[in-house]
Design a binder for this molecule. Structure first.
Ligand code: ADE
Length: 356
């Protein structure tokens, strides 16, 4: 049988080089390139997720003392919270290279076989969106994860032979926004499973100040906090907003970012004080105006506002749920009294009198 050369090689990095520990390209290449250039590379520069970091530090130290690769790790949680970044940090802290791919790039058996066979001893393989792995790829992964071998068949009918190939010991880090969609057998093969949490405004403020320093942008405490509050708990969004605010400051205030300049530029971007954008507000308004507050199914919402249901579920919903503006029920999505208040609606009682 022939093994196809690994075409993900450009994603490899040697952590010792202390350049970008990870490189990943997808739909939004500009944003990704920027993100990669400012990723923290070790525990010291990583902000937030303190419980998770505590746990990881112990696991890494134990693995080094035992001189064994780390257990396989599954990170789950909303997008933009640093799952890929953490894989790079772990690689650097372990002193091993990280190879990055995503489940949609592993469509054919030879994709996953090729990548497994190209690994070096103790290397980390990071698979993003791992819930999207197909059944065949999953079955190839099971023995690879458990006992570090591949079972391959060659020939046809009566001449079929099974070939067992050993692999170097490696650590798989899987990342998903949808832990519930992972098959049971795959989930069970991860020794360590962690949920990444939304960041507090204080943590995001630190992320913003760190990024500003790397970009040579001057920013004070209050302005950083103003941006942090509207970054919906997500470093990826905070890092994008600092650039937009800086552009605005260059045009309107000789490059000086003040709290007022930060707030004005975020108003222009139509990001409100909860960090909601137009898509979030359209979703909530639709439920209020057309469905009397809900419940209504996600597919109906998706068709009505013209936004992909996956984006709504993966990107919009987790934050709206977290800040109490949306609820999931067995019959669909519902808004809360807080949603009416936030969007400036009045809730009327049966006598048509405002309840607040
Ligand atoms: N940039 C993005 N995520 C970060 C984090 N958790 N810590 C520091 N900088 C970041």
């Amino acid at each position: 049988m022939s093994i196809i050369a690994d075409d993900n090689d450009f994603l490899n990095t040697k952590p010792q080089e202390k350049k970008n520990p990870v490189v990943k390209t997808d739909a939004n290449d500009n944003d990704r390139a920027f993100e990669n250039s400012i990723r923290p590379k070790d525990f010291n520069s990583y902000i937030g997720q303190s419980n998770l970091l505590k746990h990881l530090k112990i696991t890494i130290e134990a693995s080094k003392k035992r001189e064994k690769p780390l257990d396989h790790i599954l990170f789950y949680g909303p997008p933009g919270l640093g799952k890929t970044t953490l894989a790079g940090v772990i690689g650097n802290e372990m002193g091993v290279p990280v190879k990055i791919t995503s489940a949609p790039a592993l469509e054919r058996p030879r994709d996953i076989i090729g990548i497994l066979m190209s690994l070096e001893e103790n290397q980390i393989l990071f698979i993003d969106e791992i819930h999207r792995l197909n059944k065949v790829a999953e079955e190839i992964l099971y023995p690879a994860m458990e006992d570090f071998f591949l079972d391959m068949t060659t020939g046809k009918a009566q001449t079929v032979k099974t070939l067992r190939i050993s692999l170097p010991k490696f650590t798989l880090i899987g990342a998903t926004t949808k832990a519930g969609e992972l098959s049971g057998p795959l989930r069970d093969r991860f020794g360590i499973v962690h949920r990444l949490e939304f960041y507090s405004p204080d943590e995001l403020s630190k992320v913003i100040k760190r990024t500003a320093e790397l970009l040579d942008i001057e920013i004070d405490e209050k302005s950083a906090y103003a941006i942090a509050k509207r970054s919906r708990g997500t470093p990826r969004i905070a890092n994008r907003l600092i650039k937009r605010v800086s552009d605005y400051a260059i045009v309107k205030n000789d490059g000086k970012i003040t709290e007022d300049i930060a707030n004005k530029s975020l108003d222009i971007l139509e990001i409100d004080e909860f960090g909601l954008d137009n898509t979030d507000r359209n979703l909530l308004r639709l439920i209020i105006e057309k469905y009397d507050g809900g419940p209504v199914g996600i597919e109906t919402i998706s068709a009505a506002i013209g936004e992909d249901s996956r984006t709504l579920e993966d990107v919009c919903e987790p934050y709206l749920l977290q800040c109490g503006l949306l609820q999931r029920t067995p019959r669909g999505r519902k808004v809360t009294p807080e949603t009416y208040r936030h969007l400036g609606y009045k809730i009327l009682n049966s006598n048509q009198q405002s309840l607040f």
